[in-house]
Design a binder for this molecule. Sequence first.
Ligand SMILES: N[C@@H](CCC[C@H](N)C(=O)O)C(=O)O
Length: 314
Amino acid sequence: MTRDTDITTRSVAFEKYHGTDNDFVVVDADEYVPDRGAFATTYCDRSEGVSPASVVGREAGAVASEGGIEGPVGADGVLFLALEDAFSPPRVVMTLVQPDGSTAAMCGNGARCAAAWASNRTGSEEIMIDTQSGTRHARVEGGEATIEMGVPAFAPSEVPLAAGRTAPLIEENVEGLTVTAVDTGVPHAVAFVEDVDAVDLDSVAPAVRYADVFPEGTNVTVAEQIEGERAFRQRTYERGVEGETQSCGTGAVAVAAVAKRLGRLAGDDPVTVSPPGGDLTITVPDDGPATLQGPVVRDFSGELAADPRRRVDA
Ligand SMILES: N[C@@H](CCC[C@H](N)C(=O)O)C(=O)O
């Protein structure tokens, strides 16, 4: 294949995926993207970023059969995925670049999309995903992906909490919110509230997200326990997006892990955690890694300018 070597005209093939409405532009890591941060900032923008109606070389059939040309503008991040299909099961190295140009060590819903992307390419239901927070086993079946998420950690060095702090942060007041800090691949400050809809997340979350006790910042998750059920409602304000997303997989695992730590939940049975974008099924066993399960959808595909300063899709 002849590759276009002129950066002013070079384009990059992408696919758009979402897991419970946490949506990602997916790009093969082999594609030459000169500045991944600028690429993510430009195409994730919620008013002027990528949309099904705007992309060049859109796969029309896929769009027509997968929901028409309507769809959200922008995305919650760009997943750069390097497939290593000589292994059994196939492996994929996942790098999430967020709308602010930062990278995140882990993304639960991103990992579910990465697993589906690799499964679509290889036909394998089993995928190993290499992330900055460890290698995660994934299973893709019947439109759903299940990810092994590691063991949630409360230790100050793992969250991480401010240097010198020796005790886990359990139900403490941080900037007006009573939170528990946990690492589920990335840090989360989880607050249980009576009604998640009554929380003005955009107002209360930023101070917690930047609180001194979290030297690397934190995602901020509010959760509501549904009485009489093994179920919770969830809303998350994400670091890197700097706003609320429709779903957050590491946040859903954090809700279940913190519920267990606080004695709101017992046993190993699955828990339903519902962010605005849909339902996720979580297990947090007493011994062993947590799991995250939920639907994955491939929305559409197309091409984008590799150098967004030269974008031709807008
Ligand atoms: N949406 C993700 C979490 C992505 C990482 C987060 N924004 C961070 O910077 O820690 C998920 O589904 O887990």
